[in-house]
Design a binder for this molecule. Structure first.
Ligand SMILES: *[C@@H]1O[C@H](CO)[C@@H](O)[C@H](O)[C@H]1NC(C)=O
Ligand SMILES: *[C@@H]1O[C@H](CO)[C@@H](O)[C@H](O)[C@H]1NC(C)=O
Ligand SMILES: *[C@@H]1O[C@H](CO)[C@@H](O)[C@H](O)[C@H]1NC(C)=O
Ligand SMILES: *[C@@H]1O[C@H](CO)[C@@H](O)[C@H](O)[C@H]1NC(C)=O
Ligand SMILES: *[C@@H]1O[C@H](CO)[C@@H](O)[C@H](O)[C@H]1NC(C)=O
Length: 540
């Protein structure tokens, strides 16, 4: 054509006009025949003519509904722009160009679709091992949904497929979904769910025809097996400290919370750490402590009771009326001990070998009608889990001395040089409690008696006098006395009684006579015989 133009250059306008008119009047439409557009997008249809200047254009739909677009005529061209594309643009459009008496028409089918977003995967709840969960794949704003196909896959295996073939009653955007229920297992941990949506419109080219969403399976395990360890013990001394460690199993790993139960039923949060250390514990810190393992799907709690104790102390014994008693009377011994928990009282009696013989767990130990055998050491112990506090008391049961007897043996009246025993006995008190004295104007002399007896060998005149025996204790005193009479051998007149005198004289004769008998006996022994006559002779 440019060649022709060169040829005719310089010729008359008429020639040019003829030349142009001679060119054929033609029309093209773009895109050709049919086009698909997504709802919300913008498309333009263009009618272009050659061989006429300027043609007149007109656009219509085949069923004469509104164009729902803007027409712009520019010389040889006419453009119908749909902005945005909507359901009302789904028509067969016809472009008409008129050039004088000539008229050309071309049609174009406009199809529409909607597939604007990736599918959404929703779970009915957190994925917990062993608990059924429904996974839903949602494909929003689809048109025409009778071309939609959805596949739901887990770990590259198809769970469910669906084609939404039901007839469309009206033109609308619809959200289509596919749901599958399954029970998560350990194998599912870390695997992926994939939802794949396809809009099967093969006769048109557009992108994308397929959309896909992947969701990694976050499997949860509700906290369980919550365990508390306490060091050193749940029973504590006042002022002591304790460390408690809590663990809980779950997925994801549970977070640990420590709290304390309050009296009013509320709980007081103490720590978000697994290890809780409490120091300088006081009585009021006793109570129930709670550890809770918490994660997205649940919680599991465990309780531990801490008891702050105070070892028994200040154990005291009150003896009423007194720890020294008269036999037969009663005594109350009351023991008290401070501590927490309140100490238990244990009364015992200490045996001779040091062992304790338990008597009573009552705080008051009552002995009625006591006997001397009840004398001894009584021990009270205040006992609780935290320790023992001990106190003892010595109980002395005494008897008033009675039936005291003081005698002199062989008699209270003896002769000088005799042996005399002065003996004191007391029926019911130990002999060691007896004191034997000799009274004198210058002062009493305590005698060294053995078991209440005092022996005087070869009694002297000065041993005569008043002897006194005393038995005394806290509850009584008894005294006895006697007078010892010592008679001298020579200068006592009574001593020379007639009978004794005769006896004395006789004895002074007997002694020489015995000497003679011994003489004759010796002689007789020499002769081998004995003659009284010869004896008489020799005597004469
Ligand atoms: C229209 O078409 C004619 C002939 O086909 C041409 O000569 C003319 O330049 C065109 N006009 C425009 C504005 O493109
Ligand atoms: C007519 O359409 C053609 C092809 O689309 C284009 O190149 C040209 O610029 C258009 N002319 C006018 C006047 O719009
Ligand atoms: C938990 O313990 C760590 C170190 O032992 C400490 O830094 C942190 O403050 C503690 N957190 C709480 C809430 O007590
Ligand atoms: C011992 O206690 C009992 C009961 O309290 C009381 O009746 C009794 O008189 C008390 N005995 C003595 C010796 O205190
Ligand atoms: C302890 O006291 C109770 C009542 O006060 C009494 O019945 C019981 O016999 C006492 N037990 C002993 C071992 O004394």
């Amino acid at each position: 054509m440019p060649r022709k133009m060169v040829v005719i250059f310089g010729a008359s306008n008429v020639l040019w006009m003829v030349f142009t008119v001679s060119q054929a009047f033609k029309m093209e439409i773009f895109p050709e025949h049919r086009v698909i557009a997504q709802i919300g997008d913008v498309i333009s249809l263009t009618c272009r003519t050659t061989g006429c200047e300027p043609p007149s254009f007109s656009w219509r739909t085949q069923i004469d509904s509104p164009l729902n677009g803007k027409v712009k005529n520019e010389g040889n061209n006419s453009t119908l722009t749909m902005d945005p594309v909507s359901f009302n643009n789904e028509h067969a459009y016809v472009c008409t160009a008129t050039c004088g008496s000539k008229k050309l028409e071309k049609g174009i089918q406009v199809e529409i679709y909607s597939f604007p977003k990736d599918p959404e995967i929703h779970l009915s709840g957190p994925l917990e091992l062993g608990k059924p969960v429904t996974v839903t794949c949602m494909v929003p704003d689809v048109y025409p949904f009778d071309r939609l196909e959805v596949n739901l896959m887990k770990d590259n295996k198809l769970l469910k497929n669906k084609e939404f073939l039901e007839p469309m009653e009206r033109k609308s955007l619809e959200t289509k979904s596919l749901a599958v229920t399954f029970i998560p297992t350990n194998e599912d941990i870390g695997k992926a769910l994939v939802c794949q949506a396809k809009l099967n419109i093969d006769e048109f080219d557009f992108e994308p025809k397929e959309r896909e969403t992947t969701k990694k399976l976050q499997v949860y395990i509700s906290p369980k097996n919550t365990v508390i360890s306490v060091s050193p013990s749940t029973k504590l001394q006042e002022g002591g400290s304790v460390t408690m460690t809590c663990s809980s199993e779950g997925l994801p790993a549970p977070q640990i919370f420590w709290s304390k139960k309050l009296d009013n039923g509320n709980v007081q949060l103490l720590s978000g750490n697994a290890t809780l250390t409490l120091i300088a514990m006081r009585i009021e810190d006793s109570g129930i402590y709670v550890c809770e393992g918490v994660n997205q799907v649940g919680k599991d709690g465990k309780e531990v009771e801490l008891i702050v104790q105070v070892a028994p102390r200040d154990t005291t014994i009150l003896v009423s009326p007194s720890s020294i008693l008269e036999e037969g009377s009663s005594v109350n011994m009351t023991c008290s001990s401070n501590g927490l928990p309140a100490p238990k009282i244990l009364w015992s009696r200490q045996l001779n070998n040091g062992d304790l013989q338990p008597l009573s767990e009552n705080s008051t130990l009552t002995l009625t009608s006591t006997k001397m055998d009840d004398s001894g050491i009584y021990v009270c112990e205040g006992i609780n889990q935290a320790g023992i506090s001990r106190k003892e008391v010595e109980l002395i049961i005494q008897v008033a001395p009675k039936d005291i007897q003081l005698i002199a043996f062989p008699s209270e009246s003896v002769k000088e040089g005799d042996t005399v025993i002065i003996s004191c006995t007391c029926g019911n008190v130990p002999k060691t409690w007896i004191i034997l004295k000799k009274k004198a104007e210058t002062g009493d002399t305590v005698l060294k008696s053995r078991d209440g007896a005092y022996t005087i060998h070869k009694v002297q005149l000065e041993d005569a006098g008043v002897y006194e025996c005393e038995s005394k204790n806290e509850v009584g005193l008894q005294l006895r006395s006697l007078t010892l009479d010592v008679k001298g051998r020579e200068n006592n007149k009574d001593y020379f009684s007639p009978e004794l005198l005769v006896l004395y004289c006789a004895s002074s004769l007997i002694i020489p006579a015995i000497g003679m008998i011994i003489y004759f006996a010796r002689r007789a022994n020499m002769k081998g015989s004995y003659s009284l006559v010869e004896a008489q002779k020799s005597k004469v």
